[in-house]
Design a protein around this ligand. Structure first.
Ligand SMILES: C[S@@+](CC[C@H](N)C(=O)[O-])C[C@H]1O[C@@H](n2cnc3c(N)ncnc32)[C@H](O)[C@@H]1O
Length: 340
């Protein structure tokens, strides 16, 4: 444990045992509370809810279900690439690397990377960063399955986790950002975030990013409008979360999941559509929300990329691309880059 972190008063440290510790920010470090963010985002003319609020316990469970839906190609495709690239990725890693993951969730795909590390290292140091408490549960599960794993989890935003990492120590990091979560950023914010990752990295560090590629509109729209309605449930769960945590009275029957591919912007756009003209009280945000019939609340978008755009993006943010792996259908990509 580095001295810097022990002195980092922004976080409360939880030591579970010799192999698992995690850090959570103190309330004073959190710039805006959930109530304040909702007050702002639902108070705009174009209403939105930040997608990071999908992931309460129920939302994280629903996301896991989405990952195994027949229509949801990204997870199984990314896993197939991770399996295929195994040997090639090994050639870039040595026994000095720590594995850092942004938005680790249940760390299912991470297991494929642990398999690579296990061949190169006696003990693996894993540093998951996720805003959801799912991180603590999945870390405990991982420790049951891997004897050689040591976990330091950061239950915080990507930004908070990167700040934490920056002052941690001098060990080399492989930072992974899977699941095309990067596609949820707006273009400018995403680019700034890539630069932030780059500035967090030391020379010798590596960055692996999984990005979803532009493809047939039908495939894309089916992936976000599954026949079992799990994505709809996941989307609507955000309103349940606001009801539970912010003392609101959203009636979920008055809303519908709506997802569409915007070809010009190369992104799936996901909304909650108000089925009636209605008013909702969100007590803890001190907000009376008035919605027109058919008014949309934007909850997420998922940008799709062309390979040339990925190169431009990463090069522009100060990375040097080492390798890009694709599946046979060219539906998904994984790109390994170093700091330029
Ligand atoms: C789409 S899931 C991807 C999970 C996993 N990486 C995968 O590829 O399947 C996104 C994960 O990132 C977390 N997350 C979303 N927004 C975040 C943010 N701003 N900061 C930290 N974690 C975030 C969520 O809690 C969730 O576990």
């Amino acid at each position: 444990m580095s001295d810097t972190i022990q002195k980092n008063h922004d976080y409360k440290k939880f030591v579970i045992d010799s192999k698992l510790q995690y850090f959570k920010p103190h309330a004073t470090k959190i710039e805006k509370t959930f109530a304040e963010e909702i007050y702002f985002s639902l108070g705009q003319d174009s209403k939105f809810i930040d997608p990071k609020f999908f992931y309460d316990k129920k939302g994280s469970e629903l996301f896991e279900k989405i990952c195994s839906l027949p229509e949801y190609y990204p997870t199984r495709t990314e896993i197939s690439i991770l399996k295929k690239m195994h040997d090639e990725l090994s050639s870039y890693i040595d026994d000095d690397f720590r594995l850092v993951e942004l938005g680790s969730g249940t760390s299912v795909k991470t297991r494929l990377i642990f398999d690579i590390f296990t061949k190169l290292q006696d003990t693996i140091e894993y540093f998951p960063i996720d805003i959801s408490d799912i991180l603590t549960e999945s870390s405990e599960q991982l420790l049951q399955d891997y004897d050689n794993l040591f976990i330091t989890g950061i239950v915080d935003t990507y930004d908070g986790g990167l700040e934490f990492l920056k002052t941690y120590d001098d060990k080399k990091n492989l930072i992974i950002f899977l699941g095309s979560s990067y596609g949820n950023f707006f273009t400018n914010d995403g680019f700034a975030f890539l630069k932030k990752i780059n500035s967090t990295m030391k020379s010798g560090d590596l960055f692996l990013i999984g990005l979803d590629l532009v493809k047939d509109k039908q495939i894309l729209e089916s992936a976000y409008n599954d026949s079992q309605g799990i994505t709809a449930e996941f989307n609507l769960n955000t309103l349940s979360r606001i009801n539970n945590e912010l003392d609101a009275d959203f009636d979920l029957k008055n809303f519908e999941h709506f997802a569409i591919y915007n070809e010009d912007k190369q992104r799936i756009e996901m909304y909650l559509k108000s089925l009636v003209k209605q008013s909702v009280i969100i007590s803890k945000s001190n907000l009376l929300l008035n919605l027109e019939k058919d008014e949309l609340i934007h909850t997420e978008h998922s940008h799709k990329f062309r390979l040339t755009q990925i190169d431009e993006l990463l090069n522009g943010a100060g990375f040097e691309i080492k390798h890009t792996w694709l599946d046979d259908n060219k539906h998904f990509s994984l790109t390994l880059a170093s700091k330029n």
